[in-house]
Ligand binder design. Structure first.
Ligand code: HEC
Ligand code: HEC
Ligand code: HEC
Ligand code: HEC
Ligand code: HEC
Ligand code: HEC
Ligand code: HEC
Ligand code: HEC
Ligand code: HEC
Ligand code: HEC
Ligand code: HEC
Ligand code: HEC
Ligand code: HEC
Length: 451
């Protein structure tokens, strides 16, 4: 809305049409009431004089109507006072633009004509430059010279986000916080509304990670978004990964952290892109052979071995493995011997004893601690609990899945050989014909005499 002085009302009315005219009784302005001015008006634009005036695509209202003297004060024969305070001049007819909380510095300083040509321009609103070029008259061009430039900035549409004059939101923004981004990124708005989990900083402010203008990294991030960005806030995770002696190559694919985590929203806790075990299977659906060793195809293993270990039934690989690497063999959360033999020490089996009772192997004689006993004789104790050459759990069990009951494996690697276990389960006990000794049986109710 523009405030128009009564003195110029006839002129304004002629060109403005719908303008709201506010009667303005004062007479601090000599211009429009000056008789000479009226005369001057008629002769200002002729074929010879000021011929270009009014020919541009966008012509200022009073100029269009030939009302030169509504701004210029004639002082005699074709002499006009220079205009020294154009900002104040504009306010003779236009509403003040400095009433809101945040006012753009040049507007507050009354420098209307640094942006607007008082007469005419090829650009709408008689702007001196089109689009972003106008803003770059004063603002650093570095803003738009980055390797990546945000869509609306690249087409110079600064005013898609900023009010040029004034507003109520800091930085002259047209909307608050993430709502600004959501006005265009409606898919993201929808995702934040409909997803179960969202990353705390993204919910707080998109600007925690993205520059609104541009940047030298993809997606206008301050650094690489695949990992560097994550580490900038998750320093303890960075440390944990650095200190791991068994590294996970799953962290080293081209997508790095983003292979598993979504930076914005997720259907699963911890910003995971999929149910965690399904996520593991996106890569562990093949065998890996690297100079450092072989990594089995877990998807196939689980498909071929139908009796899945408790935590795997719960689809929880992380209960045993630390996805980000660990100080243990195979990225295990707790120590587990990578070897067939080990002297007995409950700490050797910390991994299993996170969930199972360690008394399973510590009591020589029992009727309750384990089903692996011959009468009262604890066969776990017999095999495991030795000063040297104690059999480790892996000698008999597979941690993931088997077709045998009690996760007894068919065979266990023994050097280059696959040592068979040969387990048969019965109602009250079982028997083994392993590559270690001849067939032996055990029975919990009626102890077997193996000779
Ligand atoms: C809305 C106020 C306004 C009106 C109406 C107006 N001028 Fe101006 N004119 C200015 C201002 C302000 C300047 C000072 C230079 C600047 O800021 O660009 C100016 C400067 C000029 C100059 C100096 C050279 C230049 O372009 O900078 C000429 C010549 C001129 N005007 C002619 C005219 C003529 C002819 C008309 C009528 C057809 C007219 N003006 C109408 C505001 C106005
Ligand atoms: C004598 C009265 C008068 C003065 C002084 C005046 N304007 Fe205007 N201005 C108008 C009228 C009348 C219009 C036409 C309004 C319309 O078309 O809606 C207009 C239109 C505009 C427009 C375009 C608005 C639109 O919606 O298209 C801009 C921008 C503008 N003026 C800026 C200025 C600036 C900057 C100054 C000071 C250099 C100034 N005006 C001084 C009367 C004036
Ligand atoms: C930093 C540059 C800049 C300055 C300084 C500036 N304007 Fe503007 N003005 C703009 C831009 C850009 C637009 C177009 C806004 C849009 O695209 O919606 C505009 C639009 C306008 C309009 C028409 C649309 C509207 O909002 O009514 C008027 C009238 C106007 N300005 C008057 C002024 C006056 C009076 C001053 C001085 C008090 C001034 N401007 C100072 C950049 C500026
Ligand atoms: C005439 C010079 C000039 C032009 C043209 C100009 N600006 Fe500014 N702008 C300034 C000045 C001066 C400041 C204050 C700088 C400061 O405080 O560091 C400023 C500050 C800003 C700010 C920060 C406001 C705040 O509250 O912190 C934004 C945003 C901004 N300008 C956007 C724009 C946009 C968008 C345009 C183009 C439509 C534009 N500017 C054109 C001179 C200009
Ligand atoms: C997509 C929206 C968007 C667009 C388009 C945009 N900006 Fe910004 N701009 C912002 C946001 C958001 C901020 C506030 C950044 C912050 O607070 O860290 C900002 C801040 C600024 C600032 C203040 C800088 C500071 O460090 O305080 C200036 C100046 C500025 N913008 C100018 C421009 C100019 C010039 C253009 C066009 C070339 C432009 N902006 C286009 C969103 C935008
Ligand atoms: C005025 C509309 C608009 C606003 C507001 C807006 N954007 Fe954008 N944004 C776009 C457009 C257009 C693209 C380019 C889309 C493309 O290339 O596919 C884009 C692209 C992006 C991209 C991807 C860049 C790329 O290389 O693909 C990011 C990240 C982004 N915007 C973040 C933001 C953030 C953060 C905000 C809020 C500060 C925001 N946008 C506000 C229109 C907008
Ligand atoms: C924690 C940092 C972070 C925050 C906060 C963040 N983003 Fe992102 N954003 C990223 C990363 C990292 C990527 C690159 C994703 C990829 O490569 O898959 C990205 C990509 C994007 C993209 C382009 C690719 C896509 O997913 O469409 C858009 C658009 C985007 N972000 C918008 C937003 C908006 C809007 C917000 C605020 C609601 C926001 N971002 C908040 C880190 C962040
Ligand atoms: C601007 C800082 C910041 C950046 C950058 C950032 N995060 Fe976050 N992140 C947080 C905050 C704050 C939380 C919530 C606090 C918490 O739960 O630890 C969080 C939470 C998380 C969580 C869930 C933690 C939990 O216990 O529920 C994951 C996973 C995560 N971020 C991964 C990432 C990844 C991957 C990246 C890189 C794409 C990243 N973050 C970038 C600040 C950040
Ligand atoms: C191979 C998939 C995968 C990759 C790659 C990955 N993570 Fe995770 N991340 C997970 C899983 C799964 C969890 C859930 C907790 C768990 O199971 O250990 C998690 C949890 C987190 C958490 C929450 C705290 C915690 O440990 O529970 C943060 C923070 C985190 N990850 C950051 C990162 C960062 C930073 C990167 C990149 C260096 C990254 N992650 C790479 C799978 C991954
Ligand atoms: C983005 C792909 C990817 C994802 C997702 C992934 N991994 Fe891996 N993982 C690998 C690669 C590659 C290796 C290295 C294989 C090799 O070279 O032997 C590996 C190796 C391993 C190893 C053996 C480490 C060693 O060095 O001994 C374990 C254990 C493992 N992953 C568990 C998991 C678990 C648990 C998950 C799910 C939480 C998971 N991985 C998700 C790619 C992935
Ligand atoms: C109960 C603990 C436990 C759970 C749960 C578990 N693992 Fe393991 N995982 C181990 C142990 C122990 C090893 C080392 C086995 C060995 O060398 O005998 C291992 C080894 C691996 C290996 C290397 C395989 C190889 O080539 O020897 C991969 C890959 C792996 N696990 C992935 C997974 C995935 C994926 C899941 C979820 C489906 C999972 N693990 C669940 C304990 C577990
Ligand atoms: C994260 C917890 C967890 C860890 C660690 C764990 N287990 Fe288990 N284990 C379970 C659950 C749960 C069951 C299922 C119990 C049930 O079905 O009653 C189970 C069942 C078993 C069974 C079969 C019992 C039966 O009734 O069929 C054996 C054998 C076994 N685990 C051995 C091991 C070994 C060996 C380790 C170490 C490599 C280990 N577990 C580590 C949770 C765990
Ligand atoms: C010499 C082979 C062998 C070794 C070594 C072994 N187990 Fe077992 N384990 C068995 C057999 C056989 C059963 C089945 C007993 C039954 O139900 O008949 C069994 C059963 C289990 C069960 C099911 C509950 C129970 O006690 O009956 C768990 C849990 C278990 N073992 C954990 C372990 C752990 C942990 C280790 C390593 C500390 C280990 N086992 C070492 C052969 C072994």
């Amino acid at each position: 809305m523009k405030r128009i002085r009564s003195g110029v009302a006839p002129v304004a009315a002629a060109v403005v049409g719908a303008l709201i005219l506010i009667p303005y009784g004062s007479h601090d302005n000599a211009r429009a009431t000056d008789a000479k001015a009226a005369a001057a008006n008629e002769s200002c634009v002729t074929d010879k004089c000021h011929a270009g005036m009014g020919k541009e695509k966008f012509v200022h209202g009073p100029v269009a109507s030939g009302s030169c003297t509504s701004c210029h004060i004639p002082t005699g024969n074709h002499k006009f006072k220079p205009i020294t305070n154009s900002g104040k001049l504009c306010l003779d007819c236009h509403e003040r633009l400095d009433s809101r909380k945040v006012v753009h510095a040049p507007v507050r300083a009354g420098k209307c004509t640094t942006c607007h040509d008082p007469h005419q321009s090829p650009n709408k609103f008689q702007l001196r430059k089109a689009g972003g070029e106008l803003c770059l008259l004063c603002h650093d061009r570095a803003m738009v010279s980055t390797k990546f430039v945000h869509g609306p900035v690249s087409v110079g549409d600064c005013t898609a986000c900023h009010n040029p004059h004034q507003g109520d939101i800091p930085k002259l923004l047209v909307a608050k916080g993430n709502d600004l981004c959501f006005t265009c990124h409606t898919d993201k708005a929808e995702a934040f509304k409909s997803s179960k989990f969202s990353h705390a900083p993204a919910k707080d402010s998109c600007l925690m990670c993205h520059s609104p203008h541009g940047g030298n990294f993809r997606y206008n991030l301050p650094t690489d978004g695949e990992q560097g960005l994550c580490f900038s806030c998750h320093a303890s995770k960075q440390q944990e990964i650095a200190e791991a002696t068994t590294k996970h190559k799953g962290l080293e694919t081209s997508k790095k952290c983003l292979a598993c985590h979504d930076p914005h929203v997720a259907g699963y806790p911890k910003q995971l892109r999929a149910q965690p075990m399904d996520l593991c299977m996106t890569c562990h659906d093949r065998e890996y052979n690297s100079p450092t060793g072989r990594t089995a195809n877990m998807k196939e293993l689980l498909a071929k071995n139908i009796d899945h270990h408790g935590p795997i039934k719960e689809k929880d690989c992380s209960s045993c493995h630390n996805t980000h690497g660990s100080k243990n063999f195979r990225m295990l959360r707790e120590y587990f011997p990578p070897v067939f033999y080990s002297g007995y020490n409950p700490d050797n089996y910390k991994l299993c004893f996170m969930c199972h009772e360690q008394t399973l192997a510590s009591e020589e004689s029992t009727t309750t601690m384990t089903g692996f006993r011959n009468g009262r004789k604890n066969l776990h104790y017999v095999h495991v609990n030795k000063q040297t050459k104690g059999r480790t759990c892996r000698a008999c069990h597979d941690a993931h899945a088997t077709n045998n009951p009690r996760h007894i494996r068919d065979a266990v690697p023994f050097g280059a050989w696959k040592l068979p276990v040969g387990f048969t389960k019965t109602e009250t006990g079982g028997s083994c014909l392993p590559g270690c000794h001849k067939k032996v049986s055990y029975d919990r109710d009626k102890p077997v005499e193996n000779n």
